[in-house]
Design a binder for this molecule. Structure first.
Ligand code: ADP
Ligand code: MG
Length: 346
């Protein structure tokens, strides 16, 4: 049982930090429910990332849910490899409503910052291959290779998360932090564990509409609440999964991230604004990427990176960024997307 395992985990493997040893430094992020700071553990001189809950309604609850997700992830080694390394927690005051969560600090530049740089994709190439990949290749080929590598890692991590019943629901370039040679997923503040019902029925305001699929506003209401008894919930979850395929939420967001890596005109966070022209044009096209492309290509939009090698990247993008039909089919899940021929070549 996940709750039981979590409790054991907390006692045996988790580091309890000393609040007085953790010296908080600069701000890394500032959400509406939590604040993320860079910090040092003066006892060990280790660099840390610390997330503390704000004093707003519901923030403590979300912080506890995020702690739960991080413990859960840490017990799944292949998933944990693709996520920020969770270390443990501490309380600022005794009997605090929620703990401060602590991760190892392994790098602070996000994909969001990298894709808008003038030297993209070279800056990412250098990080993930340790050098520029092949200087003789043209822009389209290099962009395609970089995007493929990042997307492969992202889909692998998300697929693993879905296998253990967790949906992330906040996949976006700002939550992909470059750590060493790969991007790791951070921010489980909006994640849900559908097996045991943690964060199952969240506030709508929790979900970032910039990267959410069109069904976002229907899905949480349509999913019935899990039965109160945990053994019952465990048999209930697979049924919910089969009926609603909640993992398709993340695969849509991953598709948008992929598009942003490949199409220069889509880079930048504001582009994904639900009231902006991209999302409304997409909606007008019924979330049919091919239809949408016919509209913007004459305006000079650059799809060359997606057309590399016969357009396999484009085909995959179309299967990720699309509507799901009545039987919840039509959009690829993360694990299935990894089987797409786009990934058959490096
Ligand atoms: P928020 O709820 O504010 O979005 P996040 O968990 O996404 O909180 O953290 C905010 C920002 O802090 C991220 O976008 C990233 O830039 C940075 N960050 C978070 N966790 C880490 C980490 N483990 N290592 C480095 N940077 C991190
Ligand atoms: Mg975030």
């Amino acid at each position: 049982d996940a709750y039981f395992a979590n409790a054991i985990d907390a006692v045996l493997f988790e580091q309890k930090f000393n609040a007085s040893d953790v010296r908080q430094k600069g701000k890394l992020g500032d959400g509406s429910f939590g604040q993320v700071n860079l910090a040092t553990d003066v006892a060990t001189d280790r660099e840390l990332v610390v997330k503390s809950a704000r004093s707003v309604q519901g923030a403590a609850q979300l912080q506890i849910a995020e702690e739960y997700m991080n413990r859960r992830v840490r017990r799944a080694p292949l998933v944990a490899q693709g996520c920020a390394k969770y270390l443990g927690s501490f309380d600022v005051v005794e009997d605090a409503a929620s703990p401060c969560l602590v991760w190892a600090f392994e790098g602070d530049v996000t994909l969001e910052e990298l894709i808008v740089r003038r030297d993209y994709p070279e800056c990412v190439e250098e990080a993930i291959y340790g050098r520029e990949r092949d200087e003789s290749d043209d822009y389209a080929k290099r962009t395609s290779a970089v995007a493929k590598s990042v997307l492969r890692g992202l889909l692998f991590t998300l697929g693993g998360l879905h296998d253990i019943g967790i949906v992330h629901r906040d996949v976006k370039p700002a939550n992909l932090v470059l750590m060493g040679r790969r991007f790791k997923l951070v921010d489980f503040g909006a994640a849900a564990d559908l097996r045991v019902g943690v964060n199952y029925d969240p506030e709508q305001s929790l979900l970032d509409p910039f990267y959410s699929p069109p069904e976002n506003f229907i899905m949480p209401e349509r999913i019935p609440a899990p039965p109160p008894l945990r053994p019952l919930a465990a048999t209930f979850a697979p049924l919910v999964w089969a009926a609603f395929l909640p993992d398709l939420f993340d695969s849509f967001s991953a598709g948008l991230v992929f598009l942003q890596m490949c199409v220069p005109q889509l880079r930048g966070r504001k582009v994904m604004d639900p009231n902006g022209s991209f999302r409304s044009n997409l909606e007008d096209a019924g979330y049919d990427l091919r239809k949408w492309r016919k509209k913007v290509e004459p305006l000079g939009w650059d799809f060359s990176a997606l057309d590399v090698g016969g357009g396999l990247g484009w085909d995959l993008a179309c299967r990720l960024v699309c509507k799901r039909n009545f039987l919840q089919r039509g959009r690829l899940g993360c694990n299935t997307a990894l089987l797409h021929p786009f990934f058959w070549t490096p």
